[in-house]
Every structure is written in C-alpha cells, then in structure tokens.
Ligand binder design. Structure first.
Ligand code: UT7
Length: 333
C-alpha cells in the first residue's frame, strides 16, 4: 500500500528516544548461554543491549521518549491530539499502552490507541498519523514505538537471546508550514503466509497461557533467522526503492538511510543494493541490539540530534519484522 505527498504537507516537528540504564554486554551473555562475543559481533554487529528494570514497563520508556520529542517540538502534552503507540510488548493486553502513556504525559485532550506491526510499527504509525493529519482529522500526532523485548525473550535460547534489547523512540507530527520539511512518500505491506517465521506463539487466544505453555517457553520470541534474513533484505530494498522513486528522488539525493537495526549484514546488503554509500547509512545496533519497532525511532532521534542530516535534506527510513511486515518513508527534513 503506497502513498505520495498530499495537498496538506505533514512534517516531523520533534524527535525523542530513551533507553534503560542497564547494559547487557556480549561477555555477560557468554556467562548465560553457549556463545561468544566473536560469534555475536561477526553474525550480527551487536556488542551490547539495554535491559529495562522491573519498574520500567513499556509505557514508562514510551513516555520518556515522548517527553523529549514534545520538548523539541515546543509542544505541551495538553496540545497533543492523537497518540499512536507501536509495540509488541504492551503494558497490559488491554487497555492500550497508548492510554497508559497518555496518562503519564497528562495528554488529556488526545485520542490514544496501539498498533501491532512488530518492527515495522513505527513506520506504520507514521503513515497513519500523516494521513489523519493531512485529511484534517487531527492537527498533530505523537507517534511512539516502545518495546520491552527482554520480557518476551527466552534467555536460554542462544539463537535469539543475543539479538534483542529494550528502548523507545517518538516523533511529533504536525501540518508543515511553508519552507518546512515534509513526509514525501510512505509504503507498507505484509505477508500473512509467513507468520510462522517470527512469532510469540503463546499468550493469545490461539494458545492461552498455561503452566505447560510457559514451561515450553511459548510466551517468548521464536525466529527462523536464516529465512527471515533473506526476505528482510529483499522487502526492505523494494520498500525503500518505492518511496525514493515516488518522492521523485535518486539514491544520490538521500543524505541518510535509517534502516531497521536487526543485523549489520542485512543493513550492509541493503545499502549495497540501494547504491547508498555506507557513511550515509545510520547504524546504532552495536549499542542497543534489535529493539523491534523502537529501532528506527531511536535511530531517527539519534541521527537527528547528532546532525546526520539537516533541514532540507532527504532521509529514508525502512523497516521489516514479524507478520511478516515491512514499511518505508521518504522524508524531506
Ligand atoms: O527484527 C525482525 C527481523 N529480524 C531479522 O531481520 C533477523 C534476521 N536474521 C538474522 O539476523 C540471522 O539469521 C541471525 C543473526 C538470527 C542468525 O545468523 P545466521 O548467520 O543466520 O546463523 P544461523 O541461524 O544459520 O546459525 C549458524 C550456526 C548454527 O550452528 P550450526 O547449525 O551451523 O552448527 C547455530 O546453532 O550458529 C549457531 N548459533 C550460535 N552460535 C554461537 C546460533 N546462535 C548462536 C550463538 N552463539 N548465539
């Protein structure tokens, strides 16, 4: 499903992110499972990840990132009209984590709901919010991606526990004024035939929580990594190409590509196929691992705050995850 820029432009007025204090290094993991720093770094690029404390639910991290985005946008919480939270690790099955964050922020005038699109969720939220603003339904939106993946990780499975981490990112979207940036093109898609490749099989209505299910770790993330890898490269390349073309851009026009932070080999393969030089591709997975929906949101905030791109320059965000799902956005900053 694709979309190009509309009559009413929508810009990103502020970004924010938050990661918990506790660092879990590859050496720490070597004491927990049969792995090595060499294996993790050479296969993934990850060196360490953050782990949220017991009293830091997903909404806590989401609210922290949101506060920073609002501060940068110069907006008060009461002015927020819409909150969309992308997460696969909600505080509670219901109500939505977005409502918990609304309460923490004091965003009393907002409408708040969650979406579930795994690692692609932040860009799904961006597309939804952009459309709802450009259609005139809302003046602004706070989109947040927050994940506490440590709560759904099987810490005895070396194939997955070395990959994931916790964190959050947020962005404030609003109508753009003349001369400001604009979200130019968005793309998203999914393939429900491939649900089995990356899933938390238990905990929902298909496989409710029982003691036996928990003993089998059916409440944790399970991934067929090699299969997912191949599809991720192809789908992210296609999604990124689609938004670059629809925005009327060439690869040379892109100052910064912000890909999903799952694996450095995937990121390198995409940069290669898009013919974008590595120095224009933002990478922070060595610090945080794969934080699902939060990965591109944290990357956006860090890239923005460290000056990886400036006003008027073009960036491309692209993500891929369980579903399988994928999404991309081309933005003039
Ligand atoms: O965020 C959503 C999207 N997710 C992704 O895009 C992730 C995509 N997949 C990947 O990033 C990679 O497939 C992984 C990093 C998950 C795995 O890398 P791989 O190169 O595909 O390794 P593999 O699963 O094929 O495993 C290779 C070997 C196996 O041993 P044998 O069968 O060759 O003897 C594994 O048992 O590495 C072994 N292995 C490990 N060894 C040491 C698996 N995990 C570990 C480990 N430490 N942590």
């Amino acid at each position: 499903m694709s979309e190009t820029h509309s009559a009413t432009g929508v810009c990103i007025a502020g970004t924010g992110s938050y990661v918990p204090e506790k660092i879990l290094t590859n050496d720490d993991l070597c004491k927990m499972v049969d792995t090595t720093d060499e294996w993790i770094v050479s296969r993934t690029g990850i060196k360490e990840r953050r782990i949220a404390a017991d009293d830091e639910p997903t909404s806590h991290m989401g609210a922290k990132a949101a506060e920073r985005a609002l501060e940068q946008a110069g907006m008060k919480a009461e002015e927020v009209q819409l909150i969309i939270v992308a997460t696969i690790t909600p505080d509670t099955p219901t109500p939505a984590t977005a409502c918990h964050i609304q309460q923490k922020l004091g965003a009393v005038n907002a409408t708040a709901f969650d979406i579930s699109a795994a690692c692609s969720g932040f860009l799904y939220a961006m597309k939804l919010a952009k459309r709802l603003i450009s259609d005139g339904a809302f003046e602004n939106a706070l989109i947040i991606a927050a994940e506490k993946l440590s709560s759904v990780t099987n810490w005895d499975d070396r194939a997955t526990c070395v990959l994931f981490g916790d964190g959050s990112g947020a962005a404030v979207l609003r109508k753009s004024m003349p001369g400001e940036g604009e979200i130019l093109a968005t793309e998203m898609g999914s393939d429900g035939n491939l649900t089995h490749l990356l899933e938390i099989p238990g905990g929902g209505t298909a496989c409710p929580i029982t003691k036996e299910n928990i003993d089998q770790r059916l409440n944790t993330l399970n991934m067929q990594g090699r299969e997912v890898f191949k599809i991720a490269v192809n789908r992210m390349k296609e999604a990124a190409e689609a938004v670059i073309e629809r925005a009327g851009l060439e690869a040379d026009d892109i100052m910064c590509v912000l890909p999903h932070q799952a694996n450095l080999r995937i990121i390198d393969a995409i940069a290669d196929r898009l013919a974008v030089p590595n120095e224009r591709v933002f990478v922070n997975l060595h610090k945080y691992g794969n934080t699902s929906a939060a990965a591109v949101a944290i990357a956006l905030d860090e890239a923005h705050r460290t000056g990886a791109f400036k006003r008027g320059e073009h960036i491309v965000m692209v993500a891929f995850g369980a579903g399988l799902t994928w999404a991309a956005a081309a933005i003039r900053w």
